[in-house]
Design a protein around this ligand. Structure first.
Ligand SMILES: Cc1cc2nc3c(=O)[nH]c(=O)nc-3n(C[C@H](O)[C@H](O)[C@H](O)COP(=O)(O)O)c2cc1C
Length: 213
């Protein structure tokens, strides 16, 4: 049954709709010092993982950074962006197609007959055979951006503010976290309880971006 009630922090809350969250969400760069319960972060990332991806490949991976020293180093790798220091957690979202290709048998729908699953895995892996690692990882990064959109909207819906960031040195972030060389860092997302209003969202008029034919 679909419901907009959820258990969070030991309380039952009414979740806003996706439309409500899209209207209220904005980037927040000042945070209250309170930490986020680990259960909330796990639930947020489980739900973000409900994002769809081509072939159901799910190349997104998350590292939740809360340790003070690690956060300081992450902020330095993000050109000193202060929200990384101010937020109780910053999520490093990265894409790992090497891992995703290894896990394709697990990602195939269990309802499919075994021979179709095996054929699906083979054809998916074959489609990357002529690509460079960089091309393959760029493709995976596009999938991981779908999870980024989910994460931002879900955080808002669960009562958390976020600051997505592309302003960082990916090689420094990878070195700091000991990530494999081939992966792509999709975004950093600082998350916490808001301590500012943020800017009123400003967007190009939808009519100027949409055509009906
Ligand atoms: C992928 C992505 C990368 C961004 N990178 C940064 C960043 O490095 N630093 C920053 O302060 N804001 C960053 N932003 C925030 C955008 O500037 C912001 O989302 C946009 O201006 C719209 O404002 P709003 O999020 O408040 O609606 C980023 C946003 C996205 C989605």
């Amino acid at each position: 049954m679909r419901t907009n009630q959820a258990e969070l922090n030991g309380a039952t809350i009414t979740l806003p709709t996706a439309a409500d969250a899209a209207l209220s969400r904005r980037s927040i760069r000042q945070y209250a010092p309170a930490t986020i319960p680990e259960a909330d972060l796990r639930e947020l990332l489980r739900l973000a993982g409900r994002a769809p991806s081509a072939y159901n490949v799910q190349p997104w991976r998350f590292v939740v950074v809360q340790d003070a020293d690690l956060k300081a180093n992450l902020a330095a790798a993000a050109y000193g962006q202060q929200q990384v220091l101010r937020a109780p957690a910053t999520i490093v979202l990265y894409s790992d197609m090497g891992s995703a290709l290894d896990r394709m048998p697990e990602a195939m729908h269990p309802g499919m007959p075994a021979d179709k699953r095996a054929a699906g895995v083979d054809s998916f892996r074959a489609s990357f055979a002529n690509q460079t690692v960089e091309e393959r990882e760029a493709w995976g990064n596009a999938q991981s951006n779908i999870a980024l959109g989910y994460l931002l909207l879900l955080a808002e819906s669960l009562g958390y503010a976020t600051s997505p960031m592309l302003g960082f040195d990916p090689e420094k972030v990878k070195a700091l976290l000991g990530l494999p060389a081939h992966v792509r860092v999709t975004a950093l997302i600082s998350i916490g309880y808001p301590a500012e209003e943020g800017f009123d969202p400003h967007r190009l008029p939808a009519d100027t971006l949409v055509e009906f034919r």
